[in-house]
Ligand binder design. Structure first.
Ligand code: HEM
Ligand code: HEM
Length: 167
């Protein structure tokens, strides 16, 4: 490999095309987990009750999309390390930057941990892992709501046009 990792990459003005692509792909996949493939819960409940583990379209879709999210999050971390991210808007209050860093880190943590908990629930028939997975799903919804509210705050109150960095 020819690239040297001597110094961190300079902050760029916008996220790279690949980073944008992964961001929006993950949004679509996460939405599908909640809106389309959440019916895996039915198959999981039946499996736990009767020992009959059915790979319905919902269960299969949920598992495939869940692992796709995991793979995309790993790739995304690598892109972040290799390409950097735009600096947080300097004109905004420091607490906003701190919250942004924290909430972005929380997304990475959650979306890396959720597929693992889901896989342990399904493949090792673990009710505890399923409960963790479900609690994480509730937390994730809250995080997404905060994230969207934060984008609106940047956009309309501080007018830092943050949305254009991810479009
Ligand atoms: C980041 C990726 C994932 C997200 C966002 C996600 C999201 C969700 C959501 C929203 C539910 C419904 C929760 C509820 O009904 O309260 C659910 C349930 C479930 N998911 Fe996932 N999931 C992901 C990955 C996976 C993976 C990879 C697997 C298995 C290999 C999996 C297995 C399950 C199971 C077994 C349930 C049913 C749990 C139960 O009913 O107690 N999930 N998931
Ligand atoms: C499933 C839903 C979502 C997830 C999991 C998610 C996750 C993330 C993560 C992890 C970052 C930080 C990227 C990094 O620095 O590495 C980010 C940034 C961003 N997201 Fe989302 N996002 C979601 C939905 C949305 C939606 C609906 C919007 C638009 C309203 C949005 C707009 C943005 C913007 C503008 C940034 C860039 C912030 C900046 O410039 O620093 N996201 N998102």
């Amino acid at each position: 490999m020819s690239d040297t990792k001597a110094s961190p990459p300079a902050a760029t003005e916008t996220y790279s095309f690949r980073q944008k692509l992964v961001h929006w792909a993950v949004v679509v996949l996460v939405a599908a987990q909640f809106l389309v493939f959440d019916a895996i819960g039915r198959d999981f409940g039946r499996g736990m009750r009767t020992g009959d583990w059915v790979y319905s379209p919902a269960a299969t879709g949920h598992i495939l999309f869940g692992f796709a999210i995991l793979a995309l999050m790993v790739w995304r971390l690598k892109l972040r390390r290799d390409e950097g991210v735009p600096a947080l808007p300097a004109a905004e209050p420091g607490w906003a930057a701190t919250l942004a860093r924290l909430s972005h880190a929380a997304f990475y943590l959650m979306l890396l941990a959720m597929p693992v908990a889901g896989a342990v629930a399904w493949f090792r028939q673990s009710g505890n892992a399923a409960e963790i997975h479900e609690a994480a799903a509730t937390l994730l919804i809250a995080l997404i709501a905060i994230h969207i509210a934060a984008v609106a705050l940047h956009q309309f109150r501080w007018r830092s046009n943050i949305l254009s960095r991810m479009m």
